[in-house]
Each structure stands twice: as C-alpha cells, then as structure tokens.
Design a protein around this ligand. Structure first.
Ligand SMILES: C[S@@+](CC[C@H](N)C(=O)[O-])C[C@H]1O[C@@H](n2cnc3c(N)ncnc32)[C@H](O)[C@@H]1O
Length: 312
C-alpha cells in the first residue's frame, strides 16, 4: 500500500496482468496493466473503443472483463480499412480479428465495422461508462471524435486518449490533451506513446478518483509505477517482435541459400557440358591430324590441288 497525504493506492493483482492478445502493432502494450486495473476498479457497464485495428488494446479490455466475470458490454468500432497514420490495410486484418474475437468474446462483445460517426447513432446519450479514443491522430480528427462522443458518456464516464505523447507525423492528440487536461480531473502517462485518462463524469468510481488525487500530488510516482509495470509487457513484445523478424530473416536466408544452390548446380551442369564439348572437339582434332598425316592423304595431295584449279 502506498500512503499519500489524503488517499492510498492499493496493490492489485491486475498489476501483473499478462495480455493474451499479443499482436502488431503493439504500441499500446505498456498500458495493459493500467487498463486491467482501470476496468477491474471502475467496472464499466458499457465500454466503447474507437479504433481497434488488430485488437491489442481491445484484447486487454475484453480479457479483463472476462477474467473478472464483469457484466460489461463491449463494443469495438472501426472501418478496419486503416487511415493515414495506421496505414491502409486489407480485409485479412478484419477476418483475423473477427475469428479471434468470436472464438473468445462473442458472449459480451460486438465488432461494429463502420465509421465512428455512423456508430454514434447506435448509442444513447449518457450510456457509455468507458470510451477509448484511438482513431486517426490528427488534432482535428481526435477533437471531432472527443466532441461528438462526449454526450454518450454517463455520469460514471471515463475517456482514454492514446498517443498523447507523440509529436511527429502530424499527430495532434498532445495538443487536445493540453486543453482537456486543464478542464477535467486526469492522469497522464508518458510511456507507450502516452495515454490520457479523463474523468468526465461527476460520479466516477472512488478508486479512480483516489488514484487521480494521488497523481495530482505525486505525478512522477504514479507515472513511474505504471510505466514500470507496462515496461515488462513492452519488453516482452519487443523480444517477440525481434524473434519473429529474425525468423523471417532466417527464412529469407534459407530461401536465398536454396536459390544459390540451384544456381551452383546449373553452373556445374554447364561446366560439364562445356568439358564434354571440348573433349569431342579434341578427339575430332586428333582424327583430322591423324588423317592429314596418313600416307593416302599425302599421295592424293596433287589430285586435290588439280581439282582446286579446275573449280576456279
Ligand atoms: C491506431 S489504430 C487503433 C489501434 C488499436 N487501438 C490498438 O490497440 O492497436 C486506428 C484505427 O482507427 C480506425 N479509424 C480511424 N478513423 C476512423 C473513423 N473515423 N471511423 C472508423 N475507424 C477509424 C483505423 O481503421 C485504424 O484501424
């Protein structure tokens, strides 16, 4: 137990959360222990994710809901087509996500393949307890997603914004975060591209309110604890990624080696054919020399000369 002046942060087994859905991209990996802690503590009745892609973050949400036996309804919204930051991708991504999802979480979760704006029509105002915004990361896009979905949040409402700590490639979540973190009680993590946690409702679970107060007093300590917990998962994902890259490199090397062996065999075959041809030529040459050195050839030399003259 970490005692602070006004409240406390209880050690929880969600701190040792091991995500089962380990996929690329894994830029969310370091937030999975916090996500597990959050869901276990706020027990959302309804959770919506805007931007799921291969499902790293959504996998950690669903895993926690299932392992805790919570009654949370989960929704993942995505066109599963990609965007200018995630890159455009093929239907194979959605097919894989759907197969994984349906096998494990179809009982309490739905995949909504549509735009965030289209999905708005399927949720009543005040009906979402936890919203994770992780779509296109330009300032305009993330502001639009926040503004249009805010009315959907309940009095227990919490909003997560991923990539608050990325300042490149036109990402602008950091800029929106500056405004929103001045307006709402919040926690801001810097690791794993940054995650902003906003308490937008006025009746948020006391455990999160306490953690937010601890953060206000000791931001570096709270950030440090979850960065350390998340670092274990990040390292694991990095190693896994490196291993699969090495395997791919090894396979490419094996394929190249096999190609080189085929090329060597073709060269050896050509060498043999060339040597056989040279041997045939050598034998022909010998026969010609033997013939020219023979007595009959020498005796018929004048006759061949005469024939030559006659032909002219
Ligand atoms: C950064 S990725 C999501 C990453 C995911 N949360 C994870 O843990 O890996 C962003 C996703 O948002 C989707 N997206 C972006 N803008 C969208 C929009 N307006 N409507 C629906 N999907 C959108 C893209 O298709 C992409 O798959």
């Amino acid at each position: 137990m970490i005692n602070t002046m006004s409240n406390s942060l209880k050690i929880d087994d969600s701190w040792l959360f091991d995500p089962q859905r380990l996929v690329e991209p894994s830029s969310w990996a370091g937030h999975t222990p916090f996500a597990a802690w959050l869901i276990a503590n706020i027990q959302p009745r309804r959770l919506v994710e805007l931007g799921t892609h291969t499902g790293f973050s959504y996998g950690s949400f669903c895993q926690t809901v299932q392992s805790r036996g919570l009654a949370t309804e989960c929704y993942a919204v995505d066109t599963w087509q990609g965007d200018e930051h995630a890159g455009l991708y093929s239907d194979a991504i959605f097919e894989e996500v759907r197969a994984w999802h349906d096998a494990h979480y179809a009982g309490f979760s739905r995949l909504l393949r549509m735009t965030f704006d289209e999905a708005l029509g399927y949720f009543s105002d005040g009906s979402v307890d936890l919203l994770h915004i992780d779509g296109l990361h330009t300032y305009d896009a993330v502001k639009h997603d926040f503004d249009t979905w805010l009315p959907k949040l309940s009095s227990r409402g919490v909003v997560l914004l991923h990539d608050t700590n990325v300042r490149e490639r036109g990402f602008g979540v950091w800029q929106l975060w500056e405004t929103l973190s001045a307006r709402y009680p919040h926690i801001g993590f810097d690791h794993s591209s940054g995650l902003g946690v906003l308490l937008v409702g006025d009746d948020v679970a006391p455990e999160l309110v306490n953690l937010t107060r601890s953060y206000a007093q000791h931001p570096a300590l709270i950030r440090g604890i979850f960065a350390q917990l998340g670092g274990r998962i990040e390292n694991f994902c990095d190693l896994r990624h490196e291993r699969s890259q090495n395997q791919a490199r090894g396979q490419a090397l094996e394929e190249r080696e096999a190609m080189l062996q085929l090329r060597d065999a073709a060269i050896a075959e050509k060498d043999t054919a060339l040597r056989e041809q040279q041997e045939v030529q050598r034998q022909l040459h010998e026969q010609i020399e033997r013939l020219m050195a023979s007595r009959s050839w020498r005796l018929t030399t004048p006759l061949r000369a005469l024939m030559g003259l006659l032909r002219r």
